[in-house]
Design a protein around this ligand. Structure first.
Ligand SMILES: [Cu+2]
Length: 508
């Protein structure tokens, strides 16, 4: 309401001033009085000067007011490696154009004031002035050269594709130019289809004729690389690892845009594009950074119990007006530590452990629950009519690989239980802690591998580490000083024997 009244008053005032000026002009013409015209000139030029001051003050004020949302300023520092370069270029451009903006506006109104029509002054006809022309061509040329060359260099740095021998893997090494994680984003009216390559690190082939309601991006199921690809609603990425996003579209132009990462690329139907970036700030770190800013220390609009900074998330948006539902093309992007990322991948791959108790022989065996392995293939095609992969040995392999991983996770849980039963930081505790770290190493091997032998070896190692730990723990119980380990000895006897037995014969 206040804004409306303010706008109306401004319009009325402008009309009022213009009408008075017109009336005075007409009066002076009627009276044929030149001095009246000079007075009008002076009034106009004066109003111009006042406007200039008010306008420039308003510009500076708005700049300060909007600092919290200007990219590259305040808390909005880039959260990716290349983003720093982009911010630098933006700020450099803003600096130079800012100077030119202020100087030209001062000159514009100042000249109107200084050279207004006055008695005895005649306009000077000035065809051209070489010095002046040289100055206003050479100075901008130099500045523009720096800006354009700097921009081109940054663009080339950012857009250089990965070397031919670089490989897409589940967890690329830090600062390793030969490894990256490739994911795929397919724009569609009005959502993003986000596809991960699964444990093989390779995104499977797709073809548009395969698209249907259960196969939204058209994966070709004959391609083995598609067996483990999965779709997700949120992008989860490990911090400090190189990511290549393959950007495509199914229908119209979209644009893959993650503001805080300074990532922006058109999604064009029929023409895959890409963007390579390395996130450098986890979601948690970003929240901590924002928590120091007053504008983020306010209750969240949707959930007033939480502060605004606590609910911050990076966001993938569509930055191309693609139709009516354009606004709904938003997905959360989570940047996490590698452990959290791997744990998230585990939940996406699925694989549930099943316990079978043979009460007659008093033996407990473990296996993988049927249909618990998840991926776009396993969830929509596997075992259905027309499954082109039904005779492919790799499917059984996939399930075994997942099973090995789940078994090692079980070992890890057992080692943890043993550790937690001991006194914190005691010798037994440290030993169990070390064993946990070793099992974790084996777990990571089975998380990435597609090679059955490697997976088997990792599982065997894990079993061995756990068995040794259990044996050692039993020894410690004998010594009278350690009282807390009695519980651990019990678990040794009931879970040791059958664990590796059931899956050995299946796929080797
Ligand atoms: Cu869109």
């Amino acid at each position: 309401m206040a804004l409306l009244i303010g706008t109306l008053c401004t319009i009325l005032l402008t009309v009022f001033v213009v009408q008075i000026a017109k009336a005075r002009e007409l009066a002076s013409v009627v009276r044929a009085d030149a001095s009246e015209e000079y007075e009008v000139n002076k009034f106009h030029a004066g109003v111009g000067m006042v406007f200039m001051v008010a306008f420039l003050v308003a510009c500076v004020w708005s700049f300060i007011y909007y600092t919290p949302i200007i990219l590259g300023w305040g808390p909005n520092i880039a959260a990716s490696k290349h983003g720093v370069e982009v911010d630098y270029l933006f700020n450099l451009t803003l600096f130079f154009t800012g100077i030119v903006f202020i100087l030209t506006h001062i000159a514009l109104f100042w000249f109107a004031w200084k050279y207004r029509g006055r008695p005895g002054r005649k306009a000077l006809y000035w065809a051209h002035n070489e010095t002046l022309e040289m100055v206003w061509m050479i100075v901008p040329a130099i500045v523009m050269t720096f800006l354009v060359v700097g921009g081109l260099q940054a663009w080339n740095n950012i857009m250089t594709d990965l070397p031919e021998d670089a490989k897409s893997v589940v967890l690329p090494g830090i600062d390793n130019d030969k490894e990256y994680l490739e994911i795929e984003a397919t724009g569609s009216q009005f959502l993003w289809y986000l596809r991960y390559p699964g444990r093989d690190g390779v995104i499977g082939r797709k073809y548009f004729t395969q698209i249907n309601s259960k196969n939204p991006v058209g994966q070709t199921w004959e391609d083995d690389a598609n067996l483990d690809d999965f779709m997700t609603n949120e992008i989860v990425l490990p911090v400090d690892r190189k990511v290549r996003v393959r950007v495509t579209a199914r229908d119209v132009l979209h644009n893959f845009y993650i503001k805080d990462m300074r990532v922006k690329m058109d999604a064009v139907p029929g023409m895959p594009t890409y963007f390579i970036f390395t996130p450098t700030v986890t979601t948690d770190s970003m929240r901590r950074r924002l928590s120091k800013r007053p504008e983020w220390q306010v209750p969240n609009e949707d959930n007033p119990k939480q502060q605004r900074w606590e609910t911050f998330e990076y966001e993938l948006a569509c930055a191309e007006l693609c139709g009516r539902g354009h606004y709904s093309m938003r997905n959360i992007v989570k940047i996490v530590e590698k452990e959290e990322y791997l744990a998230w991948l585990d939940t996406k791959e699925g694989g549930e452990l099943e316990t079978v108790v043979d009460s007659v022989n008093n033996v407990t065996t473990y296996g993988l629950k049927a249909n618990s392995v998840k991926s776009q293939y396993f969830e929509t095609v596997y075992g259905k009519e027309g499954d082109p992969q039904k005779d492919n040995a790799k499917i059984a392999n996939m399930e075994t690989l997942v099973k090995d991983k789940v078994f090692i996770k079980k070992d890890l849980a057992e080692a943890k239980a043993l550790r937690d039963a001991t006194q914190y930081k005691s010798a037994a505790y440290n030993k169990a802690d070390k064993a946990m770290a070793d099992i974790e190493t084996q777990l990571n091997i089975t998380r990435y591998t597609m090679v059955l032998a490697d997976s088997k070896a990792a599982l065997a190692n894990s079993n061995k580490i756990l068995a040794e730990l259990k044996a050692n723990t039993v020894v410690e119980v004998v010594t009278p000083t350690v009282v807390t380990d009695t519980a651990a000895t019990v678990s040794v006897t009931d879970s040791l024997p059958s664990e590796t037995a059931p899956e050995e014969a299946v796929n080797n």
